[in-house]
Design a protein around this ligand. Structure first.
Ligand code: RB5
Length: 159
């Protein structure tokens, strides 16, 4: 039995993912996982890329931190988060994808569809995601090829 990660988790969502995000935040906090919530906080309509960016920029994957993002389908937040350097955001929709997203893809953000999945299923997938480790080996070679697709990080100009 592998111990689940006890490192910090950062959660975020748009309005469509809000109930699921709050459910996951509360269940994880109750079980002793440190959770930071970057919003949204109200049911008012917001734009999912804003919250995907907040979570993606907040986590430190090299420290083992992971993110949880929810929107209506989970698709929008995954597309947006994957634009951020070093982020591998995976749309998860069953037990197997929760596990394989870590084993094969070393995903650092789990994306969920708040209008598509039950909170209980989503919590189980998050726990699987948290307790599954990257297998490395041939999968690292593939992740290296993904990283090579990323544009170089540009220094900010001082002018
Ligand atoms: C918001 O209505 C919805 O478009 C958004 O939550 C998400 O599903 C987009 O991918």
């Amino acid at each position: 039995m592998i111990e689940p990660l006890k490192t910090r988790i950062v959660v975020g969502s748009d309005h469509a993912g809000l109930p699921l995000k709050n459910f996951l935040r509360d269940r994880l906090s109750e079980s002793g996982v440190p959770v930071d919530d970057v919003g949204t906080e109200t049911p008012d309509s917001v734009d999912y890329p804003d919250f995907a960016e907040k979570v993606a920029r907040e986590i430190r994957p090299e420290s083992g931190e992971i993110g949880i993002l929810a929107c209506g389908t989970g698709i929008g937040v995954s597309i947006a988060a994957n634009k951020i350097h070093g982020i591998r955001a995976a749309l998860v929709y069953n037990d197997e994808t929760a596990s394989l997203a870590r084993q094969h893809n070393n995903a650092n953000i789990i994306c969920l569809g708040g209008r598509e999945v039950s909170p209980e299923d989503a919590l189980r997938w998050v726990r699987i995601f948290m307790s599954t480790r990257f297998e490395g080996g041939r999968h690292q070679r593939r992740l290296d090829k993904i990283a090579a697709l990323e544009p170089p990080v540009r220094e900010h100009s001082s002018s």
